[in-house]
Design a protein around this ligand. Structure first.
Ligand SMILES: Cc1cc2nc3c(=O)[nH]c(=O)nc-3n(C[C@H](O)[C@H](O)[C@H](O)COP(=O)(O)OP(=O)(O)OC[C@H]3O[C@@H](n4cnc5c(N)ncnc54)[C@H](O)[C@@H]3O)c2cc1C
Length: 293
């Protein structure tokens, strides 16, 4: 299939991009094109003008800031996060999850901003941003605003972006020291979108006890969701004494899984349970006899 005819613009500044976006309803941003172009080829999207953000240098910056936070321009490709030593050292939950995004070729082109704006409920980026309390910086005709990750994605393919707004940057707070992370997702084939997935984090204090815990479940509902309450029972325990099964059941009981052509709600309930158990086992460093790659 081929897309319908469109004009192509490549602004060199954010201001120029914002002015182009004001010029009509059929003007659309293109980032890596990994979700948009397939939709255009199927004529599910028929933009008249594509505004390519690739020429705006600031949107491709990936920096550790003076306050220790990580700022990622919306156009930073998935694979850059996997190859950046500072990201791996300070924010290990990012590569743990992002290596499961699609295939190498898609990860070379697809961007963090494109993934968040596309808002697929099974996208790993939304889960990581929720887990790490990231913030989204948006720019529009009326100025800039910052939203916490939990307020950015509103539902399936739905975000808080107003017409003409651009997601410019995602900021991850300074590294969480003493935390361990675990990730598990279940997809039909490697590289496919997950049918369910979980990301868990455990903070271990100086006496070796779990002092805090975080959990995100994704691909089960209309968007990724923090479910820290399901881990309340592990706080105060030693990592090798936790009962992951109990936490998995608590998390699965909290979700209202959707049914679609990939999985029924009943199947998703079981998948959520399995993903939470395995993510928690990995975070706790418990031997489990399960692979998580
Ligand atoms: C075969 C295949 C498998 C995949 N598997 C996975 C997977 O397992 N997990 C996963 O998470 N993703 C997966 N993806 C999607 C991939 O991660 C895409 O990279 C991502 O969803 C979109 O990013 P993009 O940069 O390509 O955005 P584009 O496709 O260019 O844009 C997507 C949408 O976001 C809008 N947009 C983009 N950037 C901005 C911005 N800065 N501000 C405002 N709006 C913007 C566009 O207008 C468009 O509507 C897969 C894709 C393919 C082709």
């Amino acid at each position: 299939m081929k897309p319908s005819a469109f004009a192509y613009r490549r602004p060199a500044s954010l201001q120029e991009a914002l002015s182009l976006l004001e010029q009509g309803d059929d003007v659309k941003i293109i980032a890596g094109g990994q979700s948009l172009v397939p939709a255009m080829n199927l004529r599910m999207a028929t933009p008249g003008v594509l505004v390519d953000l690739a020429g705006i240098e600031s949107l491709s910056a990936l920096n550790v800031e003076d306050d220790g936070s990580l700022s990622a321009g919306a156009m930073v490709a998935h694979n850059r996060f996997l190859r950046d030593a500072q990201v791996g050292a300070g924010w290990p939950a990012i590569p743990l999850a992002v290596k499961h995004v699609a295939h190498e070729q898609v990860r070379n082109r697809g961007t963090i901003g494109g993934s968040l704006c596309h808002a697929d409920p099974a996208a790993e980026w939304a889960a990581v941003c929720l887990l790490l309390d990231a913030e989204m910086k948006l720019a529009g005709r009326l100025g800039a605003r910052v939203l916490p990750a939990g307020e950015f994605i509103k539902g399936v393919y739905e975000t808080a972006l107003e017409p003409g707004e651009v997601l410019c940057q995602v900021r991850f707070p300074a590294p969480l020291r003493g935390w361990r992370w675990g990730f598990h997702e279940i997809a039909r084939r490697r590289g496919d979108f997950a049918m369910a997935g979980a990301l868990a984090g455990l903070a271990i204090d100086d006496s070796g006890l779990i002092s805090a815990a975080r959990l995100v479940v994704f691909a089960a509902e209309d968007r990724a969701r923090r479910l820290d309450a399901a881990l309340v029972g592990v706080v105060g325990c030693k990592p090798d004494e936790i009962d992951p099964d109990l936490a998995g059941l608590a998390a699965a009981a909290e979700v209202d899984p959707r049914s679609d052509l990939h999985a029924s709600a009943a199947l998703r309930f079981h998948l959520v349970h399995s993903c939470v158990v395995r993510a928690l086992v990995e975070a706790a460093g418990k031997p489990a006899g399960v692979r998580n790659d």
